[in-house]
Write a protein that binds this ligand. Structure first.
Ligand code: ATP
Ligand code: MG
Length: 303
């Protein structure tokens, strides 16, 4: 497959799941089990396509790094066991670790809570030339914090600022912040890995039954599962209010891991390709310098 074909296929996988305008978005319109009509017999071909995609991604990232102009922020959000970690691991497996930074955001520390809600994430936005991955992010602020009111209380905000508009205000602030990042040369892609409640149960049971997966299980995950519908409402409202052309959401079906990975890789490849990346052009003076260096190396004046 040549580069053009890879890009074309990537577009085909990414576009159906991209949301750039959240008006009218409904989570129930996306089927977590969707595989775009590919059956399990297509799985080996899909895996092969992913491997080719990963190679293409590595090349694009190399140019991103060399050019040192754009940065890329990939945000991953999902319910537990939806496959965030595995997707990040697989999709980024070909990428040079020097050009890639992953941050996992857990429950906030006392220091985090003493600051505005974007603070702890702002410190980790990627440098130019780099891909930054947020495994959970400031989006928790309109998800878990909305589902569990006590987390908001822990933020010790001045009470008069905590009104019924707080979530609308947070959406506005997030949108403004992402627009600001985009205007500074950060490409933002946000992924919601949409797993079904049924598939989550299956994966939790695997974690309980398989000794190698036991470590992944946390009793808290079961507690959170009881709030499933509240989370779905919070996700839907968040996506409706924060999808934008400069910071699209991808709502990725996540009941089939192989398919999730293909869609995520496709979205990243397409976004990087659209930047028209190229290796920095070498100036005439630099070319002269390179030729001179070659003469020295080949001329035998140097051992
Ligand atoms: P993950 O669940 O992402 O795979 P993990 O299981 O290793 O990671 P957890 O201890 O579950 O780690 O940490 C993530 C937890 O932190 C989640 O329950 C998440 O909702 C919570 N969290 C993240 N950001 C916030 C926040 N801003 N406020 C409150 N809780 C948060
Ligand atoms: Mg967890």
């Amino acid at each position: 497959m040549n580069t053009k074909q890879i890009i074309k296929r990537a577009r085909g996988f990414a576009k159906p799941y991209r949301i750039t305008d959240g008006k009218g978005f409904r989570l129930k319109d996306v089927d977590p089990g969707d595989t775009m009509h590919l059956g399990s017999e297509d799985k080996p071909r899909a895996k092969e396509a992913l491997a080719i995609g990963i190679e293409a991604l590595a090349e694009l990232q190399d140019m991103l790094y060399a050019q040192d102009r754009w940065s890329v922020l990939l945000v991953f959000q999902a319910m537990d066991a939806a496959g965030k970690d595995g997707t990040i691991k697989h999709v980024m497996s070909g990428v040079n670790p020097q050009g890639c930074q992953v941050y996992s955001f857990k429950a906030p520390s006392a220091e985090d809570l003493d600051h505005d809600f974007l603070w702890r994430c702002m410190r980790y936005v990627p440098e130019r030339g780099r891909i930054g991955i947020f495994n959970r992010s400031y989006y928790e602020e309109t998800l878990v914090v909305r589902v569990h009111r006590e987390f908001l209380e822990r933020q010790t905000l001045p009470p008069e600022l905590v009104t019924k508009n707080i979530w609308t205000e947070r959406f506005q602030d997030i949108r403004s912040y992402e627009r600001y990042l985009a205007r500074s040369g950060t490409v933002i892609l946000k992924f919601f890995l949409h797993v079904s409640k049924k598939e989550q149960k299956k994966r939790f049971l695997e974690r309980l039954d398989n000794p190698e997966k036991n470590w992944k299980f946390s009793a808290n995950d079961i507690k959170e599962r009881a709030f499933w519908n509240d989370y779905m409402d919070a996700y839907e409202d968040t996506i409706r209010n924060t999808a934008a052309p400069e910071a699209p959401w991808y709502v990725v079906p996540a009941d089939n891991k192989w398919f999730t990975r293909v869609v995520v890789a496709a979205a990243i490849i397409e976004a990087l390709d659209s930047l028209g990346l190229h290796y920095p052009k070498v100036s005439k003076e630099k070319l002269k310098e390179l030729r001179a260096a070659k003469r020295v190396l080949l001329g035998g004046k140097e051992s």
